[in-house]
Ligand binder design. Structure first.
Ligand code: GDP
Ligand code: GDP
Length: 467
């Protein structure tokens, strides 16, 4: 039995288009009840190495339960209950409509995990409406273009995660013995070289950056400075105004979307929907960003709250950059930077080597270095290491420092591969996964970070049974 995935959303968001893309051919309407033009239809879908049955639920309408549409709706709700995952589709260009909210309520009530899919996200207009979708409480939207086949790698990752969490990893039907092949992920959209390393990345979206930090660290000053400068500001996108949520601009040819948490707070206040978000606000911003700048006041650095925020960023798996703001107030800069470097690595070992950028938002110094660091952090976060290189690396590491013997028997690590990027996520197969000590895994993570040059990257490493 293949896993069952349902596509849900209001009319016109692109459900049929997505259905057709996943099924890989134009499929005539099947499963039609006479008199009902579009009920449910299903087909065999394929995405990378994932095989599943996909069901288009066009016809899920809000209506009187006694009416035909109403009965259809409860029928569809019943169908949803049996799914393994729901793709809840919205139109990234239009943003949230009341009807989206209504459909969101239905899927939120349903049991299966929901993947929020922001369709029509191709090109520049891209994700204009997607931030608002955070109000739905359905997590980080996956931007795609069903029509142009973009973003399929991200959709793959999201689905894979859901299937794996449900213990359905063997869904990878005709896959190789380990069920994980980076090449399969790659063919869904991310260009790779012969070794399976990424070249470039998914081109559809701008780099999403958020600046977070304690009150008075200088976030507003910094963002105003960044955006106020002559930086080929592309202007607000449709539906987003400069001082509400995010600002888009092009920095050295790269599209950037920077989230203004202060702006988010203002907007929340206006809407009175997201109340008291001083903390939640920052957390949402972190979840939505790819790169997070934790801004510190260099005159009072690494307070408890700063460390908590940085730790959250790492736990959420985001690319981290630390901005040392108010550097204009520091006198012995060389000594101070050395001291802060040591403190960072001691207090944040989970992000060893994280980039520290000295700057002054007030004076306007260090802004280019900050942007450089963000782009670099993003690239590292997207690192993909080929299976060949990983296994050569692992053999050498084991030779140099083998895992400890457990109850007299040598522990064998058989094979290693990278399951995901953003952040890099590695999997090792061993006959006794539970026996691999935590300290050895830490040693391996640090080794990966050094050998494949991923300073500051929140690396994930898991051991699975296999081999
Ligand atoms: P459904 O009612 O949700 O099944 O939506 P359809 O699949 O019928 O699509 C509605 C409209 O959106 C059609 O005109 C599609 O061509 C268009 N559409 C679907 N996907 C995309 C996309 O990725 N980008 C753009 N620009 N248009 C799309
Ligand atoms: P936010 O609460 O993090 O948004 O912080 P603000 O941007 O409102 O800044 C808090 C205070 O720090 C204000 O008085 C700013 O003028 C000051 N400030 C911000 N950046 C700098 C800086 O780079 N150098 C100095 N000396 N002061 C700064």
């Amino acid at each position: 039995m293949l896993p069952l995935v349902a596509i849900v959303g209001r009319p016109n968001v692109g459900k049929s288009t997505l259905f057709n893309r996943l099924v890989g051919k134009k499929l005539a309407l099947v499963d039609d009840t006479p008199g009902v033009t579009r009920d449910r239809r299903s087909g065999d879908a394929k995405l990378g190495d994932l095989r599943f049955t996909i069901m288009d639920t066009a016809g899920l309408e809000d209506a009187d339960p006694e009416s035909l549409a109403g009965r259809m709706r409860s029928q569809t709700e019943a169908a949803l209950a049996e799914c393994d995952a729901i793709l809840f589709v919205i139109d990234a260009r239009v943003g949230m409509t009341p009807l989206d909210g209504h459909f969101a309520d239905i899927v939120r009530r349903s049991k299966p995990p929901v993947i929020l899919v922001a369709n029509k996200a191709e090109g520049k207009v891209g994700m204009a409406g997607a931030y608002e979708s955070f109000e739905l409480g359905l997590g980080d939207p996956v931007p795609i273009s069903a029509e142009h086949g973009e973003g399929m790698a991200d959709l793959y990752s999201a689905l894979r995660e859901v299937f794996e969490a449900a213990g359905a990893a063997e869904i990878a039907g005709d896959d190789d013995d380990l069920g994980l092949r980076p090449e399969d992920i790659a063919i869904t959209g991310v260009p790779v070289d012969e070794e399976g390393n990424t070249i470039g990345d998914d081109p559809i979206r701008p780099l999403r950056i958020t600046v977070v930090g304690r009150p008075n660290a200088g976030k507003s000053t910094l963002i105003n400075r960044l955006v106020g400068e002559e930086r080929l500001l592309t202007g607000p996108e449709a539906g987003i105004t400069r001082d509400s949520i995010s600002v888009d601009w092009v920095w050295r040819g790269r599209e950037i979307k920077i989230f203004d948490t202060a702006g988010m707070r203002r907007k929340a206040r206006v809407q009175e929907k997201l109340e008291k978000l001083s903390v939640a606000d920052g957390i949402r911003a972190v979840k939505f960003a790819e790169v997070v700048v934790v801004l510190l006041d260099a005159t009072i650095p690494f307070e408890k709250q700063d460390l908590q925020i940085a730790d959250l960023v790492v736990r959420e798996g985001r690319a981290l950059v630390i901005g040392l703001n108010k550097w204009d107030l520091i006198e012995d800069r060389t000594a101070k930077l050395k001291e802060l470097r040591e403190e960072a690595d001691r207090l944040l070992p989970q992000a060893r080597g994280v980039q520290l950028v000295t700057l002054s938002g007030l004076v306007g110094q260090g802004l280019d270095r900050l942007m450089d660091a963000c782009v670099k952090a993003y690239d590292l976060w997207n690192t993909r290491v080929s299976t060949g290189r990983l296994n050569r690396w692992m053999s050498a590491l084991i030779e140099h420092h083998p895992p400890p013997a457990v109850s007299g028997r040598r522990l064998k690590l058989r094979y290693m591969t990278q399951a995901k990027t953003r952040p890099p996520h590695f999997v090792i197969f061993s006959t006794r996964p539970d026996a691999v000590p935590e300290s050895y895994l830490r040693y391996m993570v640090n080794g990966l970070r050094d050998s494949f040059e991923m300073p500051g990257v929140p690396i994930r490493l898991h051991v699975k049974k296999g081999g």
